[in-house]
Design a binder for this molecule. Sequence first.
Ligand code: RIB
Length: 312
Amino acid sequence: MKKKILCMGSINIDLVMYASKLPRPGETVVTDNFQTFPGGKGGNQAVAASVLGGDVKYFTKLGSDEFSSQLSAAQREKGVFVEDILYVEGETAGIAMIMVDESAQNLILFTPGANQLLTPEDVRNSASVFDGCDILEITMEILPETVYEAIRIAKSKNMTVILDPAPAPKNGIPKEIACMVDYIKPNETEAEILSGVPVIDMDSAIKALKILQDKGFAVPIISLGEKGAVTVSEGSVYLEEPLSVKSVDTTAAGDIFLGAFTAALSSEKAFGECLEYAKTAAALSTTKKGAQASIPTRDEVEAYLNRRDHSE
Ligand code: RIB
């Protein structure tokens, strides 16, 4: 039976400019390509998990501005249950200013707005939101204490906890919390902050994975951008080779990886299959612009996987 997913974390409006190159400090680069998209790491993961087959509820705090209404509507439209979201009068939604260059790389500046007003107390007062859910998928553009309280509540209800430590807290994650996390997916920078090992190649990534396990995280998965992903589970190291696609925008690829992974896990797919599904969804998303706007459909992911199976 399909497990129910509760997603938490930031939800933002993304103001995106596409240009031939990213500006250096003091430089102005001109572009006429400006677009807005619904985004935010938590919002992206919720939509990805829903579109890719998950039964998803989203809990967050939004403001009373036009962006806030657009963001909850975008979630609802993609099948996410949004009725538990809290709204703060007079506050704005989170806003991300994103610049993307011709090689699909990006720079992001983020102001959290209502995201940072979700407190541990709010989570305790809304603990009934967790009822009936089996998996918590949570990311960190909200207060770390709020994330930790949500993880404690999820564990007290025997839920599986999936954490995207983005951005990673500079002073690390307390061991008490690490021991409650079933899956954690840092990128190279976040893995370095959490493990103390600069992740520059496969050997250093494997070293960082082992340190993360010693710190209490059961299954760490390090995403390596265009180099794929690497993880260790039950003593075995799994390397997920990257797919070869023509990328135009890598924004949210990590979020879509985790949303797809969570959707696959909720359908009780085996760990290796979840990774394969996640990697494919993330790679396909980079071929389109925007965060939530680039999430591939289930049919697109499955068609890619079937084509690949038949050509092997
Ligand atoms: O991971 C991409 C996301 O980071 C964007 O959608 C932006 O909102 C920022 O949160």
